[in-house]
Design a protein around this ligand. Structure first.
Ligand SMILES: NC(=O)c1ccc[n+]([C@@H]2O[C@H](COP(=O)([O-])OP(=O)(O)OC[C@H]3O[C@@H](n4cnc5c(N)ncnc54)[C@H](O)[C@@H]3O)[C@@H](O)[C@H]2O)c1
Length: 325
């Protein structure tokens, strides 16, 4: 079986691919990764040279290339995206091009070659802020940021491809991921790498914003369950089960790095900052047997230790990102 995985030079996709390649099962897929290596993607994330892995440097909006790759693919897992909310607030157009036009380019080619399941990896941010309770898959989509709006648009296009053409599309919506190899612009790796460098960390507003945290390995297991056991045309929420305010999370990160609150700088809140995200993942639990491992403290400690031990991975990325700003 040939599996086309987009965006797997990035954080989550690379973890997913490395997990699948580590399996010696007779039905373990051959994998082709398509990634354009934006600032967020690096070949250091992938085990290049693995006998079941091919890497193609290219853009998901390149219709001719995508068509050629889809002709050889049996299934797709689509991670590629512009993924950072702050960047979408500064410049939204690139998010529409990659997240919306790029997704449609993949769907068109999948349809031409009848490739499925096509797993479209989305986000809890499409539901928008939810004050109490948790969003089920039937919750209305009320995205706040251009990033979330572009992901919601892609979700709807993917689902319309199932409804209109019968393509086997499955959508996952997960909460905030953390773990090794996450680009040091997202909250956990940004704060940890700043603290390891003796710098202050920027906490948005009053830090009351609440996020549900999901370890990347739990997310990858959820995506794999959806690919192998999910149903066509369905949406599955994948949650982590650990809700924390940014202030609480900051306290844990300060403790883990042996730093105090004097290392926190309060900065103006993000525009349109959603107060709380929370997904109800009982559908994935009941249908697919999904369950996050929930050892948040151990997983967070492991993540901090990984950044402490892998400066060679993040220092060049961070330098490059900061010099671009
Ligand atoms: N990180 C999270 O907490 C989180 C939470 C919910 C959902 N998601 C979703 O999961 C997916 C993966 O997220 P991530 O954190 O690994 O992202 P990431 O930013 O780390 O990686 C994205 C990858 O996509 C590639 N890419 C970007 N534009 C491309 C294009 N036009 N053509 C080909 N490749 C392109 C980049 O080079 C990079 O390797 C995304 O779809 C994101 O929306 C992420």
């Amino acid at each position: 079986m040939n599996l086309l995985v987009t965006g797997a030079a990035g954080f989550i996709g690379s973890r997913y691919v490395r997990t699948l390649l580590a399996s010696a099962a007779p039905d373990a897929p051959r994998i082709t990764v398509l990634d354009s290596l934006t600032y967020a993607g690096t070949l250091d994330n992938l085990p290049l040279g693995h006998p079941r892995l091919d890497f193609v440097h290219g853009d998901i909006r390149d219709a001719a290339l995508v068509d050629k790759l889809m002709a050889d693919a049996d299934q797709v897992v689509h991670f590629a995206a512009e993924s950072h909310v702050d960047r979408s607030i500064d410049a939204a157009a690139g998010f529409v091009l990659t997240n919306v036009v790029g997704t449609q380019t993949l769907l068109d080619a999948a349809l031409r070659h009848d490739v499925g399941p096509f797993v479209h990896v989305s986000t809890d941010e499409v539901y928008g802020s939810i004050r109490t309770g948790s969003a089920t898959e039937r919750h209305p989509l009320r995205p706040s940021s251009p990033y979330a709006a572009s992901k919601a648009s892609a979700d709807l296009l993917a689902l319309s491809c199932h409804r209109t053409h019968g393509l086997d599309v499955r959508v996952t919506r997960c909460s905030n991921n953390f773990g090794p190899h996450q680009f040091p612009e997202k909250l956990i790796p940004l704060f940890v790498t700043h603290l390891l460098d003796g710098r202050k960390v920027p906490l948005y507003g009053d830090g009351r914003n609440v996020r549900d945290w999901l370890h990347v390995d739990d997310h990858c297991r959820g995506v794999e369950l959806v690919r192998t056991r999910g149903r066509a045309g369905q949406v599955y929420n994948i949650g982590g089960g650990t809700e924390l305010s940014n202030r609480e999370l900051t306290g844990l990160l300060l403790d883990a790095c042996g730093a105090g609150w004097d290392r926190v700088e309060h900065v103006a809140d993000r525009k349109g900052h959603d107060l709380r995200y929370s997904v109800d993942w009982s559908k994935a639990r009941d249908e697919l047997g999904y369950r996050p491992t929930r050892d948040f403290a151990a997983r967070l400690a492991g993540t901090v230790a990984w950044y402490r031990d892998n400066r060679a991975w993040w220092e060049p990325l961070k330098r490059k990102a900061e010099s671009a700003v």
